[in-house]
Design a protein around this ligand. Structure first.
Ligand SMILES: Cc1cc2nc3c(=O)[nH]c(=O)nc-3n(C[C@H](O)[C@H](O)[C@H](O)COP(=O)(O)OP(=O)(O)OC[C@H]3O[C@@H](n4cnc5c(N)ncnc54)[C@H](O)[C@@H]3O)c2cc1C
Length: 394
């Protein structure tokens, strides 16, 4: 069951008369802008609730941006600031992610997260992560002595003490995005690629959305899940108050046998004011060992043609955790661009996730600043958006 107007549940209303405007006009209950994990998860959730949904994506394929250019970590919730939406959706999202990924045949492993205080000076930071974890209700987090930490990661270098979060894990991000798309389509949603939204007009009971090609779509609701372009799309929708700062995250991969030196994930503490949780080591479900991501604000959301971070710098970072990995063991790996809402130099690593019905009374939902752990939180965020929108009759 697919196609405009065919997949409406019995209670849904068709708000527009079916006159045809050139070149293409369709009528949907919800148009989701952006087919990353967030847009696809929202589309799946709303289609399951009985709404007719189209997802509008500018690229030729879904999930070519942040959703497949990240560390592929399922965060347990130890780093998120207590009391934030980000923290709540992280902890709810990881449970859903494990459950659904397994049901959908996506490679996922609950492999655990090790956080290391390399020196005694870093122990207060480790203590703060432990407090965070408790306040966020993250299960099973324990302090470890260095010898206990080395039972998890035998090649671990300097360690004053550590923390183990058994619920952390890793996932095949590409497989997860593909599964979300498949599930959304199975429930009747359409995913329309090469639809680069360039104009939006609030019209009567809904929205008239236009692509660069001239193609148009009508929908009662619009959900803006445009990632790094979410500020721009919000402006198109008449909500100009959102700013997104693109922030590059580069990676290196270990290309020698030393990739086997790490079993799961090892995190440390970045310098004060660093706009992220710091370069870390992640063994992916595919068996790759990634180092990264770095964090560097950009003027425009474009990945530089050549990596900005020398391999020697990555090797230096690796040595903090696992001594013996040199530049010759490394090769550059694809970078991602974060959609940060905290400006450069703000001293805050993360803003909260923004989920806003804006402009008021206009049936538009803005999802802005959905950076890490957005992959982990995606399914919980989708449930949250479903609640914000309310019942299909609304
Ligand atoms: C370096 C890095 C590391 C990360 N590591 C992790 C991690 O380990 N674990 C974790 O949980 N999270 C992680 N994240 C965060 C996670 O990847 C994101 O939160 C998540 O992918 C956001 O998904 P999204 O769908 O909002 O964005 P995206 O995947 O960026 O999708 C947005 C989509 O909107 C489309 N779009 C934009 N403008 C338009 C337009 N005008 N018309 C039509 N389409 C449009 C884009 O083409 C794109 O496909 C990381 C992110 C980065 C960058």
């Amino acid at each position: 069951m697919s196609g405009p107007g065919l997949n409406l549940h019995p209670g849904a209303t068709i708000p527009f008369t079916s006159r045809t405007l050139a070149p293409v006009v369709t009528e949907w209950d919800v148009a989701v802008v952006g087919a990353g994990v967030i847009g696809l998860a929202v589309a799946r959730e709303l289609a399951e609730a009985g709404r007719s949904v189209t997802v509008l994506e500018r690229h030729e394929h879904p999930a070519l941006e942040q959703s497949t250019h990240n560390s592929q970590v399922l965060h347990s919730g130890i780093f998120a600031r207590p009391g934030t939406l980000r923290a709540r959706l992280n902890v709810e999202g990881i449970r859903l992610a494990y459950e659904r990924a397994r049901a959908w045949g996506v490679r996922v492993e609950r492999s655990g997260t090790l956080v290391v205080a390399a020196t005694a000076a870093e122990e207060p930071s480790l203590e703060r992560v432990l407090t965070n974890a408790r306040e966020n209700g993250v299960p099973g987090v324990v302090r470890l002595l260095p010898a206990e930490a080395r039972e998890h990661e035998p090649h671990l270098g300097p360690c004053a003490s550590a923390l183990w979060s058994p619920n952390g894990g890793r996932i095949d991000a590409g497989g997860f995005s593909a599964a979300l798309e498949r599930e959304a389509r199975r429930l009747g949603a359409e995913v329309r690629t090469r639809f680069d939204l360039v104009a939006a007009h609030s019209e009567g009971d809904g929205w008239h959305l236009a692509a660069r090609t001239g193609e148009t779509v009508r929908a009662r609701w619009v959900v803006n899940s445009a990632g790094v372009a979410a500020g721009h799309v919000a402006k198109l929708l008449g909500a100009p108050g959102y700013r997104v700062y693109p922030c590059l995250g580069e990676y290196a991969r270990v290309v020698s046998d030393k990739r086997d030196w790490v079993r799961s994930m090892i995190y440390g503490f970045p310098p004060a004011g660093y706009p992220g949780i710091g370069v870390h080591l992640t063994r992916t479900v595919a068996g790759e060992l990634l180092l990264g991501p770095t964090a560097r604000y950009l003027d425009a959301p474009v990945v530089p043609e050549r990596p900005l971070t020398p391999l020697a710098e990555f090797a230096g970072e690796a040595a903090r955790f696992v001594p013996g990995i040199g530049p010759d063991d490394l090769a550059p790996a694809p970078a991602g661009i974060r959609c940060k809402t905290v400006p450069p130099g703000a001293g805050e690593a993360f803003g909260d996730f923004t989920v806003a019905l804006d402009p008021p009374g206009r049936r538009a939902v803005q999802l802005v600043g959905i950076e890490s752990p957005g992959l982990t939180a995606s399914l919980a965020l989708a449930v949250h958006v479903g609640r914000e929108i309310g019942s299909p009759a609304r």
